[in-house]
Ligand binder design. Structure first.
Ligand code: ZN
Length: 504
């Protein structure tokens, strides 16, 4: 099961809008993943829309039972999941008596009873029910008797899957083996999943140990995004399962697209030395090693660069027009691409190819998503004009920026110390946004050397919160502008949600 859109979204500063969640869900589906955890129940109206749109689009293609949601032991959560059309409720169950003691007025037996009751209720709603044993790694070491009693009850209640969560990343592979082997031997008919976190850098190793000793499912996130040191990563788990155990899980040719898409939409960076999908993971540098690599020594033929489709993308300048851009976007999971945006893209691609800039198919989805903001009903960039102002003592830049929101355009001029500074000042005047730039990184998107796009990753400070956003464009200032608008739109969505919650 992939949990990029639920557990991955727990990464500090990361938040996906519905369109982004849908795109990642489709990319996961396209790569062959058939269990996608998309949200926590009742988290936001935006998540509700994302789950609802994805499940209905998947059903149109004849596919049911793909989307799962996390649920507390609360009836409104089950109702939310049912109304959103998801197939599975993943109940969050306490697996240690210490944690139950924090629940007011509940003892372990009460908690088990509550879980069984909510299971019945979810089944009445025709949901498939899985149970997350939250803090399983702690519980099995401190309240073993209770954990076994809980599992006994869950298996009798015919819970579909029991999901063993190493929530704080406490286990070593040896401990994972010891506890999971004991459970799978005692309950051979129960389907167990392993859910590993990477606090010791052991998430992939623990996941492999879980599978080797009887788990039938593994939880992952793309690029390993997640709270603290993150989760087991889709790419390392899928590739290791294939190479070490001969288990095929996904279409490896889709890994780079998934990784890049998630990186761009989450804003979370991938280190260059990240296995499989990192920029440097297939580059040899040290003299002797390179020499050997050229002769075919020292290389791992199983992890050959070409295996992961790191280069397969082609020049979009060759596409004839709207129809081909439509088809390319649909291939990448965009349902009914917006004709207005497609027309803009076609014009831009033509202008760029006349300037001998190459935009590849890999870049198309990122460019498209960046232009769609309708789900957040947020600000969209319409136009930027810049000119230098020279005086006797200094040079500055003036930007005239036009933004559109809900069909209304506003244009404002501002001056700044350089292009982006001027644009940012104009945007602040239009939107009234109060946000500070904390960290700014510029790079060329990984995966294809032909790209003429610039990828700008910015960390922002808004009140006490940090946000990470990215923008992509051939011009660095415009890329940063997209990143800024994304941050402002996210903050506004959050404000609206908090307001509607306080009203309730
Ligand atoms: Zn987790």
């Amino acid at each position: 099961m992939d949990s990029t859109l639920r557990d991955g979204e727990q990464t500090a500063g990361v938040s996906f809008n519905p369109k982004e969640k849908e795109s990642i869900a489709f990319a996961l589906y396209d790569a062959g993943i058939r269990r996608i955890e998309m949200a926590s129940a009742c988290a936001s109206d935006q998540d509700f829309d994302a789950v609802k749109n994805t499940t209905s689009s998947l059903e149109d293609t004849g596919c049911k039972n793909v989307v799962e949601c996390l649920s507390f032991i609360l009836r409104p959560h089950i109702d939310w999941i049912t109304d959103a059309g998801a197939a599975c409720a993943n109940l969050l169950v306490k697996s240690s008596t210490d944690h139950i003691a924090q629940l007011k007025g509940k003892n372990p037996d009460d908690h088990i009873q509550d879980v069984l009751e909510i299971t019945d209720y979810a089944k009445e709603n025709n949901l498939c029910v899985n149970a997350y044993l939250e803090h399983f790694s702690y519980g099995i070491q401190h309240s073993k008797e209770y954990v076994y009693k809980l599992i006994e009850n869950l298996s009798k209640a015919k819970i579909h899957r029991i999901m063993l969560a190493d929530t704080m990343g406490l286990f070593s592979p040896q401990q994972t083996k010891e506890h999971i082997q004991a459970l799978t031997q005692k309950y051979p008919k129960v389907h167990f999943d392993i859910h590993a976190h990477n606090d010791y850098g052991l998430a992939t190793a623990n996941t492999l140990a879980g599978i080797k000793y009887g788990c039938q499912g593994a939880h992952v996130t793309v690029n390993g995004i997640g709270e603290r040191a993150g989760n087991a990563s889709l790419e390392t788990v899928a590739v290791s399962l294939r190479d070490f155990f001969g288990i095929e899980t996904i279409d490896e040719n889709k890994l780079m697209t998934l990784s890049k898409l998630t990186k761009t939409l989450s804003g979370a960076k991938i280190e260059a030395n990240h296995p499989i999908v990192g920029k440097n993971s297939h580059i040899h540098k040290a003299g002797v090693h390179t020499h050997g690599a050229l002769k075919g020594l020292y290389t791992n033929p199983l992890l050959e660069k070409n295996r992961f489709n790191k280069r397969v993308s082609y020049d979009l300048g060759k596409l004839s027009g709207k129809a081909s851009v439509f088809v390319e976007l649909e291939k990448m999971g965009v349902k009914n691409p917006d004709p207005e945006i497609v027309a803009q893209l076609v014009t831009e691609i033509k202008i760029l190819s006349e300037k001998k800039n190459i935009i590849t198919t890999n870049d198309l989805l990122l460019l498209y998503l960046q232009k769609t903001n309708k789900d957040t009903s947020g600000y969209r960039l319409k136009k930027v004009d810049m000119r230098k102002i020279y005086t006797n003592t200094q040079t500055s830049t003036q930007a005239e920026v036009t933004l559109k929101i809900k069909g209304v355009s506003s244009t404002i001029k501002a001056v700044g110390d350089g292009g982006f500074d001027a644009i940012a000042n104009a945007i602040k005047k239009i939107t009234g946004a109060n946000l500070k730039l904390k960290d700014y990184h510029v790079s060329i998107p990984p995966g294809d050397g032909t790209s003429s796009l610039v990828d700008t990753a910015i960390d922002w400070q808004h009140n006490k919160k940090t946000l990470k956003t990215r923008g992509i464009h051939t011009d660095q200032d415009i890329a940063a502008t997209y990143a800024m608008l994304k941050a402002i739109n996210q903050i506004n969505v959050l404000k609206r949600f908090e307001k509607s919650n306080t009203k309730k």
